[in-house]
Design a protein around this ligand. Structure first.
Ligand code: NOJ
Length: 536
């Protein structure tokens, strides 16, 4: 266990994910933007978080809502200007909040100038070697119209698109692990690696405090792009191809990135989206690689006590093996909101609130997704209004977790997400009754999810300041027969989550905080969580 004051800021940080499209719209075009975020920075500061992770706002045709970047070092006009970004960064720093930007190194946009150049170039040219271009097999009846291998895109459908579909003689295809608007970079080419060093430098020099790395376990593909023998495993609708992910050379990339991040005063944070089981993901946080990877096995959990304990134990093993603490999360812009995932309605709401209180008590860092602090549920967006490319390709839509935030209960139809008299409605429809979760109402209500969140944040800060919560603190996970999950921190506090069907006796000690009324010596209702400090 280590005193937090001697540790880098991020080891025990709570970082708030802002999805710019849906946070706050300052212009009235129905899409959130950078100025909208700046205008609401006091709200974020009042949450008590240490950092913001900003999902992509860089120039993009928005095929995958910004994860298809055509200029890595610029701001898309939809979200504002570079001046707006600088102002946001300065204002965040003025409030003591660090800012992380999203970097998407596995793939780009078909509109990226280097991809456009590659499309216009000969097969085998230097320009084409920046990406994965290949010709379809010859000799079949559909000569040239068969993709080069059998890989399936993560979003569904073939992972290949034709370079020039208008020409029947051109047999070139390009690889895209996600949508066909997102060609994969060829990381075997050192020019790609150098290009991204330039991108990192650009943002680090501008003053950002770190980066979140999209599909960080992607980048390299198996040599020769052989056919896969197995049907890809589908997790949360995403298709995983072992030949396209988690290849050994990717670790060398992160060693280089880490050296660059560490060369800054103060060192920049590298957090990877490594959607692998804890042990495999743990290899990315070895001491000279990334600082953090999101605890995906945890983020995907349902309301299942045995799984919570098993996953918790696995992350503790990773911590022991690598020294890297978990970076917990239960929600992000790709996952079904916990209220819905944990059962929906009143039941789901109680569980999501318990999950949130528990999350903030676990040792390590934590990532919170905007709206999680309001207890927002997943929304069933009408099919005709869904825009997620995964919906068209794979039949699953992530739009329901991306509905614009309700700021005021009854201000306008957009609940003050957009200004009054906005010229366009919110980019995703705000459902009837959304105002019941509005920030304004929750801030005034001591019983709201927002109040539970800020209460837990204040207690967390106090426990860190007094040395009860520490950095690199070990955790012991256990499950009682009555469905009580316990995570006992070496420093003394135990986080308990009642996941059984009946009330359970509160473990001995002082109840520091709870998601539902709980008294020491009494009972915890099902679907509640508490932090308990054993009395000496
Ligand atoms: C993960 C991002 O979080 C998701 O939104 C995106 O669609 C894929 N990576 C592809 O970039």
């Amino acid at each position: 266990m280590t005193d937090v004051r001697t540790q880098p800021w991020w080891t025990t940080a709570v970082i708030y994910e802002v999805y710019p499209r849906s946070f706050s719209d300052s212009t009235g075009d129905g899409v959130g933007d950078l100025r909208g975020i700046t205008a609401r920075l006091d709200y974020i500061a009042d949450l008590g978080v240490q950092g913001i992770w900003l999902t992509p706002f860089q120039t993009s045709p928005q095929v995958d809502q910004g994860y298809d970047i055509s200029d890595y070092c610029n701001v898309d006009p939809l979200f504002g200007t570079m001046d707006d970004f600088d102002e946001l960064l300065a204002q965040a720093h003025a409030r003591g909040i660090r800012l992380l930007v999203d970097i998407v190194p596995n793939h780009t946009s078909t509109e990226h100038p280097l991809f456009q150049e590659a499309l216009a170039s000969e097969s085998g040219s230097e320009a084409r070697q920046m990406f994965h271009f290949a010709e379809g097999p010859r000799g079949s009846l559909d000569d040239g119209l068969v993709p080069p291998n059998n890989w399936i895109s993560v979003f569904g459908g073939s992972a290949w698109a034709r370079a020039h579909p208008e020409s029947l003689n051109d047999r070139a295809w390009f690889l895209h692990l996600f949508s066909s608007g997102q060609p994969d970079w060829n990381w075997q080419n050192p020019a790609v690696a150098d290009y991204f060093i330039g991108v990192l430098r650009f943002w680090f020099d501008r003053g950002v405090d770190g980066i979140r790395i999209d599909v960080a376990h992607g980048l390299f593909k198996a040599e020769g792009l052989p056919d896969t023998e197995t049907v890809p495993t589908v997790i949360d609708g995403l298709r995983s191809n072992p030949l396209a992910m988690d290849q050994e050379p990717v670790h060398e990339v992160y060693r280089r990135w880490r050296a660059l991040a560490d060369s800054y005063d103060e060192p920049r944070l590298l957090v990877g989206e490594v959607n692998l089981e804890p042990e495999r993901a743990g290899r990315y946080t070895r001491p000279d690689e990334l600082h953090q990877t999101f605890a995906f096995a945890f983020a995907r959990l349902g309301w299942n006590p045995a799984e919570w304990v098993s996953v918790g134990q696995q992350f503790e093993q990773v911590r022991l093996a690598t020294g890297a603490e978990p970076s917990w999360a239960l929600e992000n812009h790709d996952l079904v909101r916990t209220v819905t995932r944990f059962g929906g309605g009143v039941l789901g709401a109680a569980r999501a609130r318990a999950g949130l209180v528990a999350l903030l008590g676990l040792p390590g860092a934590t990532y919170i997704y905007q709206g999680q602090e309001l207890g927002l549920p997943e929304v069933e967006v009408p099919e005709s209004l869904r825009v997620d490319p995964m919906w068209n390709r794979g039949g699953i839509s992530r739009d329901g977790a991306r509905i614009p935030l309700p700021w005021q209960a009854d201000a306008t139809d957009s609940h003050a997400f957009s200004p009054k008299n906005a010229e366009a409605p919110p980019w995703l429809p705000i459902p009837e009754g959304w105002g019941q979760w509005a920030v304004s109402g929750q801030q005034r209500d001591a019983g709201s999810v927002h109040s539970a969140f800020t209460g837990a944040m204040q207690l967390r800060a106090a426990l860190l300041a007094s040395g009860v919560f520490r950095a690199n603190e070990s955790a012991t996970w256990s499950l009682d027969a009555d469905g009580l999950v316990q995570c006992s921190r070496a420093g003394g506090v135990t986080v308990v989550i009642a996941m059984g069907d009946s009330p359970v006796p509160v473990p001995a000690g002082r109840v520091l905080i709870s998601s539902a009324p709980v008294r020491a010596g009494g009972f915890m209702p099902p679907d509640s969580a508490a932090w308990i400090l054993p009395t000496p």
